[in-house]
Design a protein around this ligand. Structure first.
Ligand SMILES: [Zn+2]
Length: 524
């Protein structure tokens, strides 16, 4: 008998934390941030308190109450009348999902890709639990962390600052560097010496102790492991299959078929079918939705909009959506404009070329936007040293904005004040608003764009075809699952698990919708 317990991705899109157990072998498929649960209580200016460590996350249900799984330095205990470690956990032991995993080995987290709803909560895991993932995902995660805000607890995926109590507040320990997490690279791809250097490079003046990523990984704990590269809206995505005592258990991560790497997802389906899996944990983001816009269609809409634009072009697409960035590089070439990217994107691109030297060349005449800034972080200083010739400032562009495509997002929109455009296009090549906050941001964006006389193209409520989803449609997923033919299908990462029971009726595939924190048992 094997057991699967889902602590996230249950009736929600994202937040996957799926515990698979086979005897003494234990692993998680992903350990992501549950944004649905987080936004029930928190927002941008009301956050879990960093100095309270795990407390706020456990109390508000952002992390499952699994004692022994998390970093001990995040337990506020033992001083100034604070409860001891045991008493701290006492508070959560009444929860039906509570479990004591102390002394039980967790063999690792199989990380599917570098989106935070799959990776974010790794930050809280014990520092000895290894993360298994592709080289591209490891490097993407590190680039995001290196260039992110260092104060947030939930951004500490590749390395973390150990914390200790100052009074009743958990602060980073003074004088100690970052502690690296062990990463194990799947797919057998050996990093170059240059790449290994990037992995060990600290983003700040603090020392970084990050071990060389181990490879190759053909098993996790004692269980044979297969990794399959996938097509998704971030590079490096993978699906996994683990051979348990009862048969193969497979996990989709997030996938689509309509991007440049669509064939990979098709090969994944064929590869899984050959394994005749006992169980398949499959995402269902777009359950119930028909075919959508393909990446190629999004490219063509954006190209047409850039051609029509008189004046500057701003391209706004999802952070880390490098495939879309490549599309806009091609659009820049076609419309005889120069592509301008942010320092963050430049740093990520450098990391990606180290992980995948075979990526099509893009650097050519790409420019990097240099915004006004007093002090620059170490990672950014290094970037400007390497790319001094690519730096461009608003004042260098102002008179001749029609020569550029700027890859900006809503969060860079205040740069328009320095650029002072008069006319041109703001191409919104991103997802529709999923909550009230995003809807408000979209309205703010309309105001900015209106103020500077730009045409807003690809508004998700008015003009279709400018954005392709990172996920396969419901119908594509059903066809893929029928091809894989698992004994059990566990629909995760979906608000509509019932869609799969209806869609797979009569196929002999048993659909087992998960419940939060409840064990599903498979096999004899
Ligand atoms: Zn994703």
């Amino acid at each position: 008998m094997i057991a699967l317990t889902c602590y996230g991705g249950v009736g929600e899109i994202g937040g996957n934390k799926l515990l698979l157990e086979d005897g003494e072998s234990r692993l998680f498929f992903d350990f992501g941030t549950s944004y649905g649960q987080r936004y029930r209580y928190f927002e941008e200016y009301l956050k879990p308190r960093t100095g309270a460590g795990l407390l706020d996350y456990l109390e508000m249900g952002l992390l499952p109450p699994l004692r022994g799984l998390y970093r001990e330095d995040l337990i506020p205990s033992g001083q100034r009348g604070l409860p001891g470690e045991a008493a701290f956990w006492q508070t959560f032991s009444a929860s039906p999902a509570y479990r004591d995993l102390q002394g039980q080995e967790i063999h690792g987290v199989l990380l599917s890709h570098a989106h935070l709803d799959h990776s974010g909560a790794i930050s809280f895991l014990r520092g000895d639990i290894p993360v298994y993932t592709t080289l591209t995902t490891a490097f993407t995660a590190k680039a995001i962390q290196d260039t992110g805000k260092s104060s947030d607890l939930d951004g500490e995926i590749c390395y973390f600052s150990r914390r200790s109590l100052e009074g009743d507040y958990l602060s980073p320990e003074r004088g100690s560097g970052y502690q690296g997490r062990p990463f194990v690279i799947v797919g057998g791809q050996a990093p170059s010496p240059e790449a290994a250097l990037f992995w060990r490079q600290s983003p700040s003046t603090k020392a970084l102790h990050l071990d060389r990523a181990q490879l190759p990984a053909n098993q996790i704990g004692r269980l044979p492991l297969r990794a399959f590269p996938l097509d998704h809206s971030v590079l490096g995505a993978a699906g996994y299959a683990v051979e348990t005592s009862q048969g193969w258990v497979a996990y989709s991560g997030d996938l689509r078929l309509h991007g440049a790497r669509g064939q990979r997802s098709r090969d994944f389906a064929a590869g899984l079918a050959a394994l005749r899996p006992l169980a398949f944990l499959c995402e269902g983001t777009r359950a119930g939705e028909g075919p959508g816009v393909t990446e190629e269609e999004a490219f063509r809409s954006c190209l047409a909009a850039a051609r029509e634009a008189k004046g500057m072009v701003v391209a706004d697409f999802g952070a880390r959506n490098v495939e879309r960035l490549f599309s806009f590089a091609a659009i820049a070439a076609e419309t005889k404009r120069r592509l301008v990217i942010t320092p963050r994107d430049a740093y990520l691109l450098e990391a990606l070329y180290l992980a995948e030297p075979e990526l099509p060349g893009l650097w050519g005449d790409v420019l990097i936007y240099q915004e006004r800034r007093g002090k620059r972080d170490k990672w950014e200083k290094g970037l400007w040293e390497r790319h001094a010739g690519r730096a461009i400032r608003a004042e260098d562009m102002r008179g001749d904005l029609g020569r550029f495509i700027l890859c900006f997002s809503f969060w860079d929109v205040n740069e328009l004040i320095d650029l002072a455009p008069r006319g041109g296009a703001y191409i919104y090549s991103s997802t529709e608003a999923h909550n009230e906050e995003q809807a408000l941001d979209l309205r703010r964006l309309e105001n900015w764009v209106g103020h500077f006389g730009l045409a807003l193209r690809g508004h998700p409520e008015r003009e279709r075809g400018f954005h392709a989803s990172g996920h396969a449609s419901g119908e594509e997923l059903l066809a893929l699952i029928r091809q894989v033919r698992p004994h059990y299908l566990v629909p995760i990462h979906t608000e509509h698990p019932e869609y799969f029971a209806a869609g797979l009726a009569g196929t002999g595939i048993e659909v087992s919708p998960p419940e939060y924190g409840r064990r599903l048992a498979f096999g004899g």
